[in-house]
Design a protein around this ligand. Structure first.
Ligand SMILES: [Zn+2]
Length: 200
């Protein structure tokens, strides 16, 4: 039996030198982030539901990105006007990760869930009885009630934000997630790249 010739050694001398390429790394991180974002969209398609009882999607005005503080910042979510005490329900399943009182957001709830999204509900009048950190909520679980706590004084509404982990929790327009098929890809990306500024 003929002996097989040993495989030719991979030439180490001709291989290109490995160099750190920051632009390639940045591109790879961006593409990977976008892929995760698309996954979030895929899971979110048509599943998120409006978080305030009695206010259907069609009656929620777009207010994401609107100028705030005299144009120095942009609105990071959407405002859903409703009478005080209207039930606020989880837009998707998830886990309650924080229940806080903030100077501007007032009584707020953070839920991490569905599509690696962080959901933020602010200006609550009160929390749902027994609501606690670590609680698993499903779509429609009562989180609290519409109010004007924080800097919303006199204007009872829910401030609602969606922040995908895929883009380091930068906010995107919740309306886009509620009806993703209406948004064109370029719009989605632009919306997703909205800068992190003031969280409300
Ligand atoms: Zn707001």
């Amino acid at each position: 039996m003929k002996e097989m010739p040993p495989p030719a050694p991979q030439s180490a001398t001709t291989a290109p030198k490995r160099r750190f390429r920051p632009r390639r790394v940045a591109l790879a991180v961006f593409v990977f982030g976008q892929l995760l974002l698309w996954c979030a969209y895929a899971f979110g398609s048509g599943v998120l539901h409006p978080p305030v009882d009695g206010v259907p999607l069609a009656r929620i005005p777009p207010s994401f990105g609107a100028p705030r503080d005299g144009g120095r910042s942009r609105h990071q979510g959407i405002d859903i006007l409703a009478p005080r005490g209207t039930p606020v329900r989880s837009a998707a399943w998830g886990i309650v990760v924080s229940i806080e009182k903030q100077p501007r957001g007032g009584k707020v709830v953070f839920v991490l869930g569905h599509g690696a999204l962080l959901f933020f509900y602010a200006h609550l009048n009160d929390y749902a009885p027994g609501l606690h950190v670590g609680q698993i909520v499903s779509k429609g679980t009562l989180l609290g009630y519409v109010g004007d706590s924080g800097n919303a004084k006199g204007v009872t509404h829910l401030h609602f934000e969606t922040r995908p982990a895929a883009i380091l929790f930068a906010p995107i327009d919740p309306l886009r997630l509620m009806e993703p098929r209406r948004a064109r890809p370029a719009e989605r990306i632009l919306t997703a790249l909205a800068t992190v500024g003031e969280p409300w």
